[in-house]
Design a protein around this ligand. Structure first.
Ligand SMILES: [Fe+2]
Ligand SMILES: [Fe+2]
Length: 298
């Protein structure tokens, strides 16, 4: 039992708090294009939602494979809380995805394919450490999106408050548990720099391609013609990759993962984290907390 790892930065006091029985009002009359009335922007976030239930199941399983080897009681507790948070995310996103299913999106097929990728192929071809490294990489990308997107008031201004509340809550909890998979990977599975970073490189290309495919399926379901879709993609790619767009400002956060000695808590938490927490503690209303988080953004 080495204690040398305790030199690594610990969480800055942020607690992992599983929150259950939240009501987002997802059965209400949420507009189909709930983000700016824009199909591309909406379907980007919708596509990510279709990945969460299977993805989060994979995260939980890949971390729990190392559960018996964890000797640090603090990390043991964090794994439990991480598991409870991810299980709640899956539940809420399953509910969210029912809306998409009613709109004609082939949720069952998306889920089946993902299941085969994550639990069939990944089980056959990857080691437990490689699966955990994929989880840690995806958790970094998730925390990156949460921190970088919610910093931007412009991005989530004209959203339906119910969906925004789902993402705000999800973002808060992703930030709270952002170091758990990483800590198990580095302290328990003892992955070295290559074992940690090669999966990140693969995910960096694989994840967007998966999301793009699902988005395009959604556009077809929505009845857009080939020509319309081409135009949407060109405009959308610019929205993502232009200077000051969705992704370029995240580059520094992203790249920090590759630094030797990186730890997730070396990166700051979401700036408006405490605002969300304060309002949620007071009201227990995730929609009020989501609105407050957004209002506090930059
Ligand atoms: Fe999650
Ligand atoms: Fe997570």
């Amino acid at each position: 039992m080495s204690t040398a790892h305790h030199a690594q930065p610990e969480s800055d006091g942020t607690q992992i708090v599983p929150r259950e029985h939240l009501d987002f009002g997802l059965d209400g009359d949420i507009p189909k294009y709930w983000m700016d009335g824009d199909a591309f922007k909406t379907r980007f976030f919708d596509a990510m939602s279709t990945l969460f239930p299977q993805g989060e199941k994979f995260f939980i399983m890949s971390v729990r494979e190392f559960r018996d080897q964890i000797t640090d009681p603090k990390l043991q507790q964090e794994v439990k809380d991480f598991t409870r948070q991810e299980a709640q995310h899956s539940m809420v996103h399953n509910h969210y995805n029912e809306r998409l299913k009613a709109q004609g999106v082939d949720i069952d097929e998306i889920s089946k394919r993902l299941e085969e990728d994550l639990f069939g192929e990944a089980n056959r071809n990857l080691t437990p450490t490689q699966r955990l490294a994929i989880t840690a990489a995806l958790e970094h990308l998730t925390a990156m999106m949460c921190t970088c997107f919610f910093e931007r008031k412009d991005l989530l201004s004209s959203c339906d408050p119910r969906i925004r509340a789902v993402y705000a809550w999800h973002a808060i909890e992703e930030v709270e548990h952002k170091a758990v998979a990483f800590d198990v990977l580095t302290k328990v599975a003892k992955a070295n720099w290559f074992q940690r970073n090669i999966p990140m490189l693969l995910i960096t290309f694989g994840f967007p391609i998966t999301v793009f495919k699902i988005m395009d399926h959604m556009f077809v379901v929505d009845g857009f013609t080939r020509g319309q879709r081409l135009k949407m993609w060109l405009k959308g790619l610019w929205w993502w990759y232009k200077p000051g767009g969705l992704f370029l400002p995240t580059a520094g956060y992203y790249a920090s993962y590759y630094k030797p000695g990186f730890h997730p808590w070396k990166l700051k938490e979401m700036p408006s984290y405490s605002t969300w927490l304060e309002v949620f503690e007071k009201t227990k209303d995730p929609i009020a907390a989501g609105n407050a988080l957004h209002a506090a953004g930059i």
